[in-house]
Design a binder for this molecule. Structure first.
Ligand SMILES: *Cc1c(COP(=O)(O)O)cnc(C)c1O
Length: 241
């Protein structure tokens, strides 16, 4: 029906599986362009992306929309990084990333179980892991969305906000429920972790340690609130870690 197909290839460059799927999609179906974030795939600061495709004139047409307006620094950052790493260095990091994915999954599973929560089983996803709360939104979730993101207003179409959980957003008159989440109405809060190029064993250790600390202190806060008849302290802006 001549409907264009754009692929959001976020972390995909570093995954041979994602790149294979894109090639296959273009061969047996239709892919007009695929977009990948620079920071996720090339260890540079957030702010740039690569738009690629299978039809050079079409991609050139897209790039003609940019000259003079976009900053050159993302391109410069990628160039310097790739020259520093060389192909062999980048390939080495890709191998390490793949190894660390298994380690991250194992550590997150251990952490989830220790907190009575669950790591989702997603063997088809080679990069990201989802860790969910076994509980439906309880005091922790609602309190978080209120105190961390006062912009949240579930099921209301409103101006751009920045909350990930329970918000809707209007884009050109269309309402997107649960904008920036992976589903329209996920039944409980969740957290994503990605094993991206450049990740080290120490990164995993530190991340899991900090997450453990956060989960412990959230649980403690929730217990205090539940067992207390007086209003919780911190209505005047207790700090969220
Ligand atoms: C990171 C990410 C985005 C946003 O990409 P930006 O480069 O920050 O614009 C969109 N979708 C998915 C699945 C992502 O992981």
């Amino acid at each position: 029906m001549d409907i264009p197909h754009i692929v959001n290839n976020a972390y995909g460059v570093q995954s041979s599986k994602c790149m294979h799927l894109i090639e296959q999609g273009a061969r047996v179906g239709r892919i007009d362009a695929f977009v990948q974030s620079l920071d996720k795939n090339f260890m540079v600061p957030v702010g740039g992306a690569i738009i690629a495709g299978f039809d050079q004139p079409f991609i050139q047409e897209i790039s003609r929309m940019y000259p003079g307006r976009a900053s050159a620094s993302p391109s410069l950052d990628v160039l310097i990084t790739l020259l520093t790493l060389a192909a062999s260095g980048y390939r080495k990091l890709l191998r390490e990333r793949k190894e660390m994915y298994g380690h991250l999954a194992q550590e997150l599973r251990r952490l989830a179980e220790a907190h009575g929560e669950k790591l989702l089983n997603t063997p088809h996803n080679p990069i990201s892991l989802g860790h969910i709360s076994g509980q439906p939104p309880g005091p922790i979730a609602t309190e978080q969305s209120r105190s961390w993101a006062p912009c949240c207003s579930p099921d209301k179409c409103r101006e751009p906000g920045s909350c990930h959980w329970g918000t809707s957003r209007c884009v050109s008159g269309h309402t997107f429920k649960g904008f920036m989440s992976h589903s329209e109405a996920y039944p409980c809060p969740y957290l994503n972790a990605a094993s991206a190029v450049g990740i080290t064993r120490d990164d995993v250790t530190l991340c899991v340690k900090r997450l453990d600390k956060c989960l412990k202190s959230l649980r403690k806060e929730a217990c205090v609130e539940e067992s207390s008849t007086v209003p919780p302290a911190g209505e005047n802006g207790s700090a969220a870690e």
